[in-house]
Ligand binder design. Structure first.
Ligand code: FAD
Length: 304
């Protein structure tokens, strides 16, 4: 389909983009920021969005790139998925981001789509919001009114909704560096390779003396917003994993197995507090089952 007519501007500096957004009547949802266009262009073509003005931020070089900033990694919002994957800084200091980004779509989408676009779009099936949540990332915005820092836990407010205010651009993401002892994994269940997640699990686990000292788990597509699996995280604290191949224990949370495995028992709580929806691909009960099974797999993989 052909999009409804709209005005189009392509600023070359962040200040100019902020001014354009501020000048526009941004209060009525009439203005849209365009980054990689992988989600917005289909919406325009289907006329599910019909802004009067599109502000293309693709030329804002200051929003590109990944930087090592001491205690955190700063990724500019316009950094493409492909650039994230190629970044040595990300691989070294934010491997969970790389693991999840590698599962996003296909090379064509990853060359155009951006980290900031994925977060700002806030699709519950998107893989990166759960990672931002699990890693306690901070999202940095820019606008004519100044910059804001929004913790990931406060950023995703509803289905395709974020805490971004009219006139605000997502400028970048601060990814805290986690110290020694952490392991990471992103486990994704999808119908075909390169498809959207039916459910995904981002896990970061720190061990100390053979036991789990800390676990952070973000769930993809388990509700209108990404979810932190707080009950499972709490239950994992202090758990000593059963040796690999020992079979694990009980049938906690519907997870099969025999013998005792406190990690599996804890992962059986992964869907607590989630509110998965029914759609063409899965019913809520099946999503809950997937969340428990995939959390166990993700945590076991993160434990190495
Ligand atoms: C075929 C296909 C398969 C895909 N599969 C997956 C997948 O498996 N997993 C996954 O996670 N994603 C998937 N995606 C989405 C992809 O990751 C996109 O990169 C992402 O959804 C949007 O990024 P973008 O840069 O293209 O944003 P755009 O499409 O340009 O924008 C998306 C939305 O975010 C807003 N926006 C973008 N950037 C900013 C900013 N800096 N500040 C404020 N607002 C902003 C726009 O206004 C718009 O509302 C898929 C996309 C396609 C087309």
């Amino acid at each position: 389909m052909i999009p409804a007519p709209f005005d189009y501007v392509r600023p070359t500096a962040l200040d100019e983009a902020c001014r354009l957004l501020d000048d526009a009547d941004s209060g009525d949802g009439d203005v849209k920021v365009l980054a990689g266009g992988q989600s917005l262009l289909p919406l325009l073509r289907l006329r599910l969005a019909y802004p009067a003005l599109v502000v293309d931020i693709g030329r804002l070089e200051e929003l590109r790139g990944v930087h090592d900033r001491g205690d955190h990694v700063f990724a500019g919002a316009l950094t493409t998925h492909d650039e994230v994957l190629r970044s040595a800084v990300v691989r070294e200091h934010a491997p969970l981001l790389a693991l999840a980004t590698a599962t996003v779509a296909d090379p064509a989408v990853r060359h155009r789509g951006t980290l900031g676009g994925s977060l700002a779009h806030a699709d519950p099936a998107g893989d990166l919001p759960a990672v931002a949540l699990a890693l306690d990332c901070v999202l940095v915005t820019a606008s004519a009114r100044g910059a804001r820092e929004i913790p990931a836990a406060a950023f995703f407010t509803g289905y395709l909704e974020t805490a971004l205010e009219p006139g605000e651009i997502l400028a970048g993401v601060r990814v805290p560096k986690l110290g020694d002892g952490w392991g990471f994994h992103y486990e994704k269940f999808h119908r075909t390779a390169q498809a959207w997640a039916v459910v995904g699990v981002a896990a970061a686990v720190r061990t100390e003396g053979g036991s789990i000292a800390q676990a952070r788990i973000g769930l993809t597509n388990m509700g209108p917003v990404p979810v932190r699996a707080h009950a499972a995280e709490a239950a994992l604290r202090g758990a000593t994993p059963a040796p690999a191949g020992s079979g694990g224990g009980g049938s906690a949370g519907g997870l099969p197995g025999g013998g005792r495995d406190p990690v599996r028992d804890a992962c059986g709580l992964a869907d607590e507090g989630a509110s998965p929806v029914a759609d063409l691909h899965a019913k809520p009960d099946y999503r809950r089952h997937l969340a428990r099974v995939l959390t166990y797999r993700a945590v076991r993989s993160a434990l190495g």
